[in-house]
Design a protein around this ligand. Structure first.
Ligand code: ATP
Length: 469
């Protein structure tokens, strides 16, 4: 990709998303519900492309990973064993003057540039007080001490709240892979090293959601728990680091916008010997923020579930003739954050001229074709029956041969239609004109440089299929 000035901002992406149908504010006709968002016709295609590509890459194309699709509700003991009931907390501070609420760790990170993940509320309070941090909203030095707030959403199974069973909406997809690990080993399809993958919703009662779809209350994760011999965990971690870098390249993110940050020793969870975050450089004040994570979780989860369930979760390794609890390497990817950074990275404003020679700004989403929500558009040059007939024929042929969204548009002038396709990131437009009726060729117009070439009509399906995989 050629070097270009970055013009994307969160506001521009949010506005474009709404205008073109990527992401809408949730429940808008009822005045909205803060921090909920709905994916529109193009957003849902983008999201499906991300999830399908991920599944193809990490499940279908690998012999060592199998998938599951577990329920959102699980036995409440799962969340005791995993540590979520006791410690899936965010440290929060309130402002006594203006009643605003903040995450203590975020406040410290933003104001002092210190990473304090893993520190206790008392330690964070100490940092806030000794640095004299003030409320970012009203400016008063009236912040409370930091205290813990459990982020799991709770609900009740049963008709009466008092006698019902309290359950949680899962805050991550990972635990189901540990809970079903024994059943999967019993199916006989896998041998250590192997992975279990899942894509699904997770729910977190975040104190400070926001930044469009960066931090949501309800979001999707794509996670793998990769089970290995304890001695092999460091090498498996390195291999996953490289596979995750490969994914970042595959979806076409600018490498200058992604970095890998190693967690400091005091930032690591007590069970993890190594964790890295893939961080993305968001525009504006957000800066570098977590996009994905990779952790060596040791045998912590299986050991906990073994203890809490009373079931034997050890693995018998036939090749080594010994029994052990496998170690687990966990690559985790947020679907919504992926969609967000894909839009931010793809967004470009280009100075150009319109058909009358007047200067104008062309907005283009330069998605990789394999990720683009709309792969191609078929456009008759004008709305004339003889052109539409051929164009419809081509559209139907593409509809049948390409397993993806293809657009058809015959209203308005061709320049405007090209601009609309540019703005939603459609990589190729096929234009049917009067020459097509004579010589059975069409114009292919490329989104990225607006260049055009002629192609035999009959070759279009194969030409397109080759370019969108
Ligand atoms: P953060 O530090 O941003 O809260 P985290 O470390 O809690 O994230 P994990 O528990 O590791 O995140 O979750 C794995 C992935 O799920 C993250 O890398 C991110 O892509 C995604 N994710 C986590 N929380 C949210 C959220 N509230 N909204 C959208 N995506 C999220």
């Amino acid at each position: 990709m050629t070097e270009r000035t970055r013009t994307a901002t969160m506001d521009k992406i949010a506005a474009l998303s709404k205008r073109r149908g990527f992401v809408f504010p949730g429940s808008e006709i009822y005045g909205g519900l803060a921090n909920t968002w709905d994916y529109g016709p193009l957003g849902v295609e983008l999201k499906r492309n991300v999830k399908d590509l991920w599944w193809r890459t990490f499940v279908h194309r690998r012999r060592d990973i199998v998938g599951i699709d577990a329920g959102i509700l699980m036995h409440p003991r799962v969340w005791e064993a995993s540590g979520h009931v006791e410690s899936f907390n965010d440290p929060l501070v309130d402002c006594k003057t203006c009643k605003s609420r903040f995450r203590a760790d975020h406040l410290i990170e933003e104001r002092l540039g210190l990473h304090v993940e893993g520190k206790s509320p008392a330690e964070m309070t100490e940092i806030i007080q000794s640095a004299g941090l003030r409320c970012p909203v009203c400016g008063n030095a009236t912040l409370t001490e930091a205290r813990q707030f459990n982020m799991m959403f709770r609900t009740t199974i049963g008709p009466v709240e008092e006698t019902g069973v309290s359950v949680y909406l899962r805050p991550e997809t990972a635990q189901a892979m540990f809970v079903q690990y024994k059943n999967i080993v019993a199916t006989g399809r896998v041998k250590v090293p192997f992975g279990i993958a899942q894509i699904g919703k997770a729910f977190r009662n975040e104190i400070t959601p926001g930044n469009f779809i960066f931090r949501l209350l309800e979001f999707e994760q794509m996670e793998i728990e990769y089970f290995v011999r304890p001695e092999a965990s460091a090498d498996a971690f390195d291999a996953w680091l490289s596979d995750m870098r490969g994914w970042v390249r595959l979806i076409g993110l600018d490498e200058a916008h992604v970095r890998v940050r190693e967690h400091e020793a005091d930032e690591l969870s007590h069970y993890s010997s190594r964790t890295v975050d893939f961080e993305y450089l968001f525009p504006g004040p957000m800066g570098w923020r977590e996009l994905y994570g990779l952790a060596n979780r040791s045998d912590f989860d299986l050991r906990q579930h073994q203890e809490y369930s009373g079931d034997d979760l050890t693995y018998f390794d036939q090749a080594e003739n010994r029994r052990y609890l496998p170690y687990v390497i966990e690559p985790t990817f947020g679907v919504d954050r992926t969609c967000l950074v894909l839009m931010l990275d793809a967004y470009d404003e280009e100075a150009t001229v319109d058909i009358n020679g007047k200067p104008e700004t062309r907005v283009v989403l330069r998605f990789e074709p394999r990720i683009a929500p709309c792969k191609a558009a078929v456009l008759p040059l004008m709305k004339k029956p003889e052109l539409s007939a051929v164009a419809r024929g081509l559209f139907e042929e593409l509809d049948a041969s390409v397993d993806a969204y293809v657009d058809y548009d015959e209203t308005g002038n061709i320049g405007k239609r090209y601009r609309r396709q540019d703005e939603i990131g459609t990589p190729f437009c096929f234009t049917i004109d009067y020459d097509t009726l004579e010589d059975r060729t069409v114009t292919v117009r490329m989104r990225d440089d607006m260049s055009q070439e002629r192609l035999p009509l009959a070759d279009v399906p194969a030409w397109l299929a080759e370019r969108i995989v």
